[in-house]
Write a protein that binds this ligand. Structure first.
Ligand code: FAD
Ligand code: NAG
Ligand code: NAG
Ligand code: NAG
Ligand code: NAG
Ligand code: NAG
Ligand code: NAG
Ligand code: NAG
Ligand code: NAG
Ligand code: NAG
Ligand code: NAG
Ligand code: NAG
Length: 647
């Protein structure tokens, strides 16, 4: 053995002692060393001792820029140098629309007119897609009033490209009592990837990918893929195509393939066949709150392996990469149905009819329209049981309870067109028996590779800009389909919120049961409510800009009135946090179910410092954001201890 080999062997031995036997991606093998730390003590790893338990010894709030507790400019420069210059201090993108030194009419016009049709907003280091949680600040617009303020955006961003960057940032934030957030793509609807006065770890560039043709772990032996947590869904689709496999992914192409999506479950077209995103993980690599890089699987760090798979984002560590199962390539068959009731003649409202199918069926008698929908919703269980999923939207048009548009896409994986028609024929027979002459749209049912070839160009991906979206949702269980009586009550609650509440309804038929989740999926922390679910159903609203805090609270209580009826017909069920309400009452039960106590205990053990925090994650009761304007769930203020010792 030469000296070089000896050194390598020694390094491997040390790595395996540290629990990193093998299999780190290249960016993960660049790690924070003791020599780095001894040169800059602000980046010291956590000592074994937990922090003092009595809260009067602890600072009440996280440090705040400009206050005495904030590190000096010199410290920040040293921190930046230790990161090889990866520290950014980006301004909100909308800044170019506001009077001041950075005003730029051309750039502003670009943001307003063109940036949503490409990857611009997704590639921004601080921008998030839902604006109200960042305090509705610095919104891009051609005729804006007021000033561009920082609001809930982070103060600094670390453009992480190595595990060392992640470790150094966690240590620096913990040692200096600075709020830490993690931003991947910024799709989160509840403000979990923004936070005032914080350092953000930006994982966007941790997107390495490695295909593992024959991977063995526990009971699993087969193809797998190992990829960084910055990979986006479209990149995963492309990799599926290149490697002739199918993997479980999100429906939306710009979502992170294993960031927040996977951390709370993660649904997609294969949910009723192979389960959720979190169910696919065989091994997870992460940096924990003590600054250490760890490998978690069934054999080591099994508490983290459990918690990372559905137990909430930004809570136990920064996931740097995941190894997931890969399957033989399969095709899907899709079917479309559109039903409209008295749609208005104006073109704008017609846009919401945007056909998933070219054929719109009219049922202009409102009561008959609801009958048709009830038949469809009842059939969802049959679709899910056949490993299918569906995806529907119901829009009230106008505000007179007589005009609606409903459209749904049903997807069956791993079947032929003939089989898919056979699966749906009983539904259309029932429609006909009730006098609805709807045509089973075979025309649209084209088998296509799950991994398309046409998604390589990120510039044409998104059509996604900035929104004010708010979700309230429920995972309705199989029980609600068990008898006509209970199903009718369920449907009445759904109908009431659309008819009298005039809210947009988004229903997704999914059945990621334990059986479907398989090995090792069923042992993860995915909300048990997912395992019983037939329908993930949501009221989706767009929070108007300019609401005062009081108006926002009024709007919240109005919608909660309708939403309570959903809870009443599904006692003990839960909700999907990623598309749930950040104001959800008793969110611990709704989002985590019976796993909550175990998850809170893992949080307490792994992060006694409170390094990681995000709305409605395990242990988050211990802290709250002091919103500067009292706006509910806004991230625009300081993060402080609540004194609640639930964990
Ligand atoms: C247009 C749109 C379509 C959607 N479609 C779907 C869908 O088809 N299926 C579905 O299940 N959901 C869907 N969602 C919801 C989606 O799953 C969530 O928005 C999810 O939070 C996105 O995760 P992200 O990592 O891409 O986003 P981010 O907002 O960047 O992160 C979300 C959360 O995860 C944390 N996080 C990110 N990376 C890491 C990491 N490496 N380690 C630890 N914590 C991390 C962040 O701190 C934050 O708390 C959709 C959302 C949008 C806006
Ligand atoms: C960090 O250092 C790099 C390289 O020197 C520099 O470009 C960048 O502006 C610095 N970041 C901050 C926040 O000062
Ligand atoms: C930008 O948007 C404007 C207004 O919609 C449009 O006229 C223009 O063609 C767009 N430019 C590009 C480069 O897409
Ligand atoms: C915007 O900033 C300017 C300069 O600091 C200040 O004079 C003005 O009052 C601010 N306007 C608002 C609406 O806050
Ligand atoms: C972040 O780092 C990546 C990889 O080095 C680089 O391509 C990108 O330009 C950086 N982004 C910013 C905003 O500095
Ligand atoms: C892809 O995999 C399938 C089954 O695993 C196989 O039948 C097919 O020949 C492969 N296609 C290519 C292009 O390798
Ligand atoms: C239903 O009403 C729409 C207009 O709202 C009209 O275009 C359509 O022809 C009507 N269909 C039937 C079957 O009455
Ligand atoms: C209800 O509102 C819709 C949409 O504005 C309109 O097209 C329709 O004519 C209205 N119907 C009645 C009965 O007012
Ligand atoms: C349906 O719409 C698609 C997309 O607009 C189009 O390509 C297709 O030809 C249409 N089919 C029919 C039967 O009109
Ligand atoms: C897919 O279909 C084939 C052929 O019917 C079947 O052998 C295979 O088991 C199916 N795969 C799954 C995961 O159900
Ligand atoms: C049902 O609709 C189809 C296509 O629009 C039409 O050809 C057929 O005659 C209709 N059948 C009945 C019973 O109305
Ligand atoms: C359920 O609702 C359907 C449609 O309105 C009705 O035909 C049926 O009798 C109801 N069943 C029960 C048990 O309420």
């Amino acid at each position: 053995m030469g000296a070089q080999q000896l050194l390598r062997a020694a390094a491997l031995c040390i790595a395996s002692l540290a629990g990193i036997a093998n299999g780190a991606l290249d960016f993960e093998s660049v790690q924070l060393q003791d020599k780095d730390v001894s040169a800059f003590s602000a980046e010291e790893f956590a000592k074994g001792d937990p922090p003092p338990q009595s809260s009067d010894k602890l600072p009440l709030c996280k440090a705040w820029p400009g206050n005495a507790d904030w590190p000096s400019a010199v410290e920040w420069r040293r921190f930046n140098a230790s990161l090889d210059g990866a520290l950014l201090q980006p301004d909100p993108p909308g800044e170019v629309c506001y009077q001041g030194p950075d005003y730029n009419a051309a750039k502003c016009a670009y943001l307003v007119n063109n940036a949503s049709s490409n990857h611009y907003y997704i590639d921004d280091p601080i921008n998030v897609l839902t604006q109200w949680p960042e305090g509705n600040t610095c919104l891009p617009g051609l005729n804006v009033v007021g000033n561009c303020t920082r609001g809930g955006f982070p103060y600094y961003v670390v453009n992480a490209t190595t595990v060392k960057h992640v470790q150094a940032t966690i240590n620096f934030a913990r040692n200096n009592n600075i709020r830490l957030i993690i931003k991947n793509t910024g799709h989160d609807f509840g403000g979990r990837s923004v936070g005032a006065g914080s350092i953000s770890i930006w994982t966007h560039h941790l997107n390495a990918f490695k295909f593992l043709p024959s991977y063995k772990r526990g009971n699993y032996y087969g193809p797998a893929a190992h990829f960084g947590s910055g990979l986006e869904q479209y990149e995963l689709f492309n990799q599926m195509f290149l490697n002739n496999v199918t993997m479980v992914g999100a429906g939306f192409r710009t979502i992170g393939a294993n960031g927040g999506w996977f951390a709370s479950g993660g649904h997609g077209n294969l949910a009723s066949l192979y389960g959720l995103g979190a169910d696919q993980a065989l091994e997870i690599h992460a940096v924990t709150a003590d600054g250490r890089y760890v490998v978690a699987n069934e054999d080591q760090n099994s508490d983290l392996f459990f918690a990372f798979r559905g137990g909430g984002p930004s809570t136990y560590g920064v996931v740097t990469s995941v190894i997931v199962k890969a399957y033989p390539p399969i095709t899907t068959v899709q079917s479309y149905l559109s039903i409209a009731c008295n749609p208005p003649p104006d073109t704008n409202a017609r846009a919401t009819l945007a056909p998933l199918s070219n054929v719109t069926n009219y049922v202009n008698d409102t009561s008959r329209f609801w009958d048709a929908l009830q038949i469809y919703f009842k059939y969802k269980q049959t679709i899910v049981d056949a490993h299918g999923v569906d995806w529907d939207y119901l829009y009230p048009l106008g505000n007179n309870r007589t005009s609606y548009s409903f459209r749904v896409r049903t997807t069956f994986p791993n079947v032929t067109t003939t089989q898919a028609i056979a699966l749906l024929q009983p539904l259309y027979t029932q429609f006909a028996a009730h006098g609805f002459n709807f045509t089973l749209n075979t025309e649209e049912m084209v088998p296509q590779p799950y991994a398309g070839t046409s998604v390589t160009n990120p510039a044409t991906l998104s059509s996604l800009g900035l929104t004010q979206t708010r979700y309230r949702s429920r995972l309705l269980p199989r029980k609600n389909w068990a008898s006509d009586t209970v199903f009718n009550q369920t449907f009445a609650a759904i109908r009431n919120s659309v008819e009298n509440g005039q809210y947009t309804l988004h229903g997704l038929g999914y059945g990621p049961s334990n059986e479907v989740a398989g090995y090792p999926g069923r042992t993860g922390a995915v909300n048990p409510a997912w395992r019983e679910a037939v329908l993930h159903i949501a009221l989706v609203t767009s929070q108007p800009i300019g609401l005062t805090a009081a108006q926002a609270r009024d709007e919240e209580s109005r919608i909660q009135g309708y939403f309570q009826a959903w809870k009443d017909v599904s006692p003990g069920a839960g909700a999907y946090m990623n598309e749930g309400d950040p104001g959800e009452a008793n969110w611990q039960q709704s989002f985590y179910g019976s796993h909550y106590p175990k998850l809170a205990a893992i949080k307490k053990k792994r992060d006694p410092w409170g390094v990681f925090w995000a709305t409605t994650t395990p242990g988050s009761e211990a802290w709250e954001v002091k919103s500067v304007d009292g706006y509910p769930h806004s991230q625009n203020g300081r993060l402080c201890r609540t004194g609640v010792k639930r964990i």
